[in-house]
Design a protein around this ligand. Structure first.
Ligand code: IVH
Length: 678
């Protein structure tokens, strides 16, 4: 190989020309949806560039050949934002917007109408991009607003993000572009379609998928996802002058090849802003990306500067939040599903509708009482609502079907035919336990799930086949599966079978809390399992503990203690545990933590809104590990409310009651003070 120093100038020029050409076509294809050459020609250009770069040692991080990702990094590097990344104040109605506007007008002492730049509020993940001399230098997550993580390696794989800006005079400049990375609705649907055909786990919603994708150590994983981006502001600017209004800045960014949202608009006065929001709300279903509102910003930068910011958010912008998306759909049938614990839930089968970013063909009806409340019959047309990662709900019946059919309560279990019993006022239950194939399937699905044993590749469809074929009668049988045996199953190529066997093997090295959560003890989810694991350190002391000792554990009350005891009192469950251990499942034994080593014992926390640096479940686990209880609603007894992004009524309630509120940054610091790793 030639070293890059003695590369002929003509080769350098050719490489440069190819890079420019490829980036041009990349932009035409990915951002403008207007490819001008066939895919094969594009691939040929890329191959030529790859060959030249390799032959002459000209690989460089800003080359389009790098968009496929590279070797995994050992860990994330923390970066400090030179200008903090703030969040936004929210308005849920006209009145709240009017308050925001009059506050702003008073501060800047303007009597006439203010000029705004309005944009869709894209439901994705914030990112900061730094370009030095017009070349992408660093990409970072928002993190807690002050510090984020370096995700340059992942950002480079996103085709919307130019590796170099298209502008001649950027030498000596540094500019920070901020925006939202997201997965489009079509991209998300395609991704799930692929996951379904490959029998791997489907993704819950575009936002979480995008958030997970940009925090990969291995950028080749990020490159597999069709991530997109829209710029929404500029942070630090050095060595160049930008126009005086945000709207004009967007025009410049657009010319530089950065992705900007064409649905932005300048609006004068609150009436125009309101009209903009109404129109955007109407247009929402046609947009190819999820939005949860509009962002209304003062257009003039001089006014933005004059208004400044509070600790959390700028005074010159507000997020106008939209309600969850709704669509109408016809109820084709109502089926009954049997859960892991035998609970029978009615589920409406719908004529498929695209709502909230996914195609919905099933919606839960919760129980028979809900069907009665809705006065729902098969054949009716209903309103379906879907918000974020929530299961689709039926809001109301809007049209009665002509030949509507009443929904009858189930008399027999739809899976095993055994008699159905009433459980309390509104629930029905199949008490056949693990002899019922539906409960068996659900218990295996639960065991393999992400928050339990996390067995990649053991999806619902395959579990259904394995249970039906009696290859898996209980969860311990998973550990007897072989590549040969698995290859017999539908759509199981030898490679996927081998990967699955590897994943099963890997799952044997687990933690006590995962193992406990995987067992599926009634009401013992991840948080309770963590609390139990922390208190007892190992399984045997837990099996030996009486109900009273169990109740010493934070998060465990009388009912949960009874469920735990009932579980360990059944010999068949102890046999199952023995079989799993025999198969090689093991976990590190921890030191048992007494109540004194749980500093938040007796304190109740409430989590609300979206956290950027961890999921709500992880936050819950961390609090529980310190001995706190995590409740679902705020009362005067609540010690503290942790309010993430888009926190709503719980935050308002906390403020009314004078309960302490921590934002994400404060929460992270609080956890760190207590020795919790983030
Ligand atoms: S402006 C000072 N504009 O919403 C904050 N944000 O709730 C500047 N977002 O962290 C944000 N679309 O990640 C702005 N058009 C848009 C946006 C947008 C989505 C996100 C962003 C921000 C969060 C605030």
């Amino acid at each position: 190989m030639t070293t890059s120093d003695d590369v002929p100038a003509s080769i350098r020029q050719e490489v440069e020309a190819l890079r420019e050409q490829i980036e041009f076509h990349n932009r035409q294809y990915h951002m403008l949806d207007r490819p001008v050459i066939p895919d094969a020609e594009f691939d040929a250009l890329l191959t030529s560039l790859e060959q030249l770069e390799k032959q002459y040692g000209l690989q460089s991080p800003d080359s389009p050949t790098q968009r496929v990702g590279s070797e995994p990094l050992p860990g994330f590097v923390e970066v400090r934002h030179e200008i903090p990344m703030l969040s936004l104040e929210k308005a849920f109605n006209e009145e709240e917007f009017a308050q925001f506007e009059s506050r702003a007008a008073k501060r800047v002492e303007i009597e006439g109408e203010l000029e705004y730049c309005c944009e869709p509020k894209v439901d994705g993940v914030a990112v900061s991009l730094i370009y030095r001399d017009g070349v992408l230098e660093r990409g970072a997550t928002r993190g807690d607003g002050a510090k984020g993580e370096d995700i340059t390696h992942n950002v480079r794989t996103i085709h919307d993000i130019p590796l170099r800006l298209i502008a001649k005079k950027l030498t000596g400049t540094r500019i920070e572009i901020r925006g939202e990375i997201f997965l489009g609705k079509r991209g998300f649907a395609a991704l799930n379609e692929r996951a379904r055909t490959q029998e791997s786990k489907t993704y819950i919603n575009p936002r979480n998928t995008a958030a997970g994708a940009i925090r990969q150590l291995d950028s080749r994983n990020t490159a597999k996802l069709p991530l997109q981006m829209f710029c929404y502001s500029v942070g630090l600017v050095e060595g160049l002058e930008l126009p005086e209004s945000l709207f004009e800045i967007f025009t410049v960014l657009d010319q530089w090849g950065l992705p900007t949202n064409a649905d932005r608009k300048v609006c004068v006065g609150s009436h125009e802003c309101l009209d903009y929001c109404r129109q955007l709300l109407q247009k929402r279903p046609q947009l190819d990306y999820e939005i949860d509102g509009a962002v209304i910003k003062l257009n003039q930068l001089s006014l933005q500067q004059e208004l400044g910011q509070t600790a959390r958010s700028p005074r010159w912008a507000i997020a106008w939040k939209f309600p969850a998306e709704e669509k109408s759909a016809k109820v084709l049938d109502v089926k009954f599903q049997v859960g892991r614990m035998g609970t029978i839930t009615p589920v409406a089968r719908l004529d498929p509708v695209f709502v909230g970013g996914v195609t919905v063909s099933n919606a839960t009806l919760h129980n028979m009482a809900e069907i009665k409340r809705l006065k729902l019959h098969i054949g009716d047309t209903v309103i379906v609502r879907r918000a974020g990662d929530v299961i689709p709900q039926i809001v109301q019946v809007i049209e009665r079907g002509e030949n509507r059919v009443k929904v009858k309560r189930p008399k027999k279990c739809p899976a095993c035919d055994s008699a159905v019993e009433r459980d309390g006022d509104i629930q029905f239950r199949c008490n056949a336990g693990l002899t019922c194939p539906a409960q068996r399937k659900q218990s295996v699905i639960h065991f393999a799930s992400r928050s339990a044993m996390d067995i990649e590749g053991l999806g619902e469809r395959l579990i259904g086949q394995l249970v039906d074929a009696e290859a898996v009668k209980n969860v311990a049988d998973i550990y007897n599966l072989t590549v040969e045996g698995l290859s017999e199953f539908e759509r199981m190529a030898e490679k996927s079978a081998a990967n699955l066997v590897d994943a099963i093997e890997k799952s044997k090295n687990t933690t006590l809390s995962r193992f406990l959560a995987a067992l599926g003890i009634r009401e013992v989810g991840v948080a309770t399992a963590t609390a139990l694991a922390n208190r007892f350190g190992d399984l045997q002391p837990m099996i030996d503990a009486d109900a009273e000792a169990l109740q010493q554990v934070p998060d465990v009350g009388e009912v949960v203690a009874r469920h735990v005891r009932e579980f360990f009192d059944k010999p068949e469950n102890l046999d199952l545990i023995a079989a799993l251990r025999e198969a090689g499942l093991k976990w590190p034994v921890q030191e048992a933590r007494t109540p004194a080593s749980t500093p938040l014992a007796g304190q109740t926390f409430v989590l609300t809104g979206t956290l950027e640096r961890m999921t709500r479940n992880e936050a819950r686990e961390k609090l529980v590990s310190l001995g706190a209880k995590v409740a679902g609603s705020v009362s005067a007894r609540t010690k503290c409310v942790v309010a993430g992004e888009s926190a709503g009524s719980k935050l308002t309630r906390a403020e009314e009651l004078g309960v302490k509120v921590l934002d994400e940054q404060e929460f992270v610091a609080f956890l760190q003070q207590h020795g919790v790793k983030i």
